[in-house]
Ligand binder design. Sequence first.
Ligand code: GLU
Length: 295
Amino acid sequence: MTAAGRFAPSPSGKLHVGNLRTAVLAWLFAKSTGRDFLLRVEDLDRARSGAEAEQLRDLRAVGVSWDAAVVRQTERAALYDEAIARLAADGRTYECFCTRREIQEAPSAPHAPQGAYPGTCRRLSHAEREIRRATRPASVRLRAEVSEWAVEDQLRGKYAGVVDDFVLRRNDGVTAYNLAVVVDDAQQGIDQVVRGDDLLPSTPRQAYLATLLGLPIPEYAHVPLVVNHDGVRLAKRDGAVTLGDLAAVGIPAERVRDLLLESLGLPAGTLQAALPHFTPRHVPKTPWVWKTPRA
Ligand code: GLU
C-alpha cells in the first residue's frame, strides 16, 4: 500500500473557503512528500442528503484530486465492530449509561482535567449495571489507563492533551468519530493527517487509541483555520464563503483557488504548478482572515 494523506469531510453541508483551504493544504502536503491522496466521507453522523456530491464537486473545482475511490464510513461498520471487539476482549471497554446531564452534574474526580468524563460508570458493580441496562441503552467507553498523551505535530511541535474514557460507540449504536478515524486512517494506509487545528485537542485520544490497537501513529500537521474579520472561525453566516455563493457574486472557482494559494504564499495557477513551491515548514502559523473579494 502506498503511503497516503487524506481529506475527510463530514457531509453535513457545503464546504466553505476554510474547509477548501485545509483540503488544498492536505493535498499539497501529501503530493509534496510523494504520497497518494485519499478522500474519505465521514458520514456516520450529521450527513445531509446531497452534501457529499456538492463537496466532491467543489473540491474538484479548486483542483483537489484523489487517487482512489472515495471511501464512506457508513460502509465500514464491520471494521469498527472488530476494533471495538478487540478492545473489549482486552478488558479495555465498559458500558456507560450516563446522560449528558448526569455527566455535567457529576462531581469531577480530583485532578481530572476539565471536560474529562468523570468515570461514573467505570465503577458500577455488576448488579448496578444490570439495573441500568433495563433503563437505557449503553454507550461503550474506552477504559483509558492514562489521563494525558503527547503527540508530535509538524507545525505545532509537541502537543500533550487530555485522554479520558471517551466514547467508542454512542448509545444509539453510531460509531464515535475518534474510533472510526483511527481505524480508517490505519486501514487505508494513511500515515499523514493534515487537518484544521480545531481537531488538535482530539489528537492525543486518537494516538493513544491507535497505540492500544497496535496501529501506527500517522504524522500530524494541524493547520490554522480561516477566520472572519472578528478573528472568529469562519462560518456560513459570514457572507459569501462557499463556491456557490462566490460564483453568484461573480467570483469563479479558479479565482478562489488562486486566493487560497496566495494565502499560503504560493503562486496562483493549478495546484500541480504550485507544488514545487510548497514547503511544509513555510505554512503560515496564524489564521487566515477571509475577506470577500470584489468581482
Ligand atoms: N470529519 C471531520 C470534520 O469534517 C474531520 C476529521 C479529520 O480530519 O480527522 O471535521
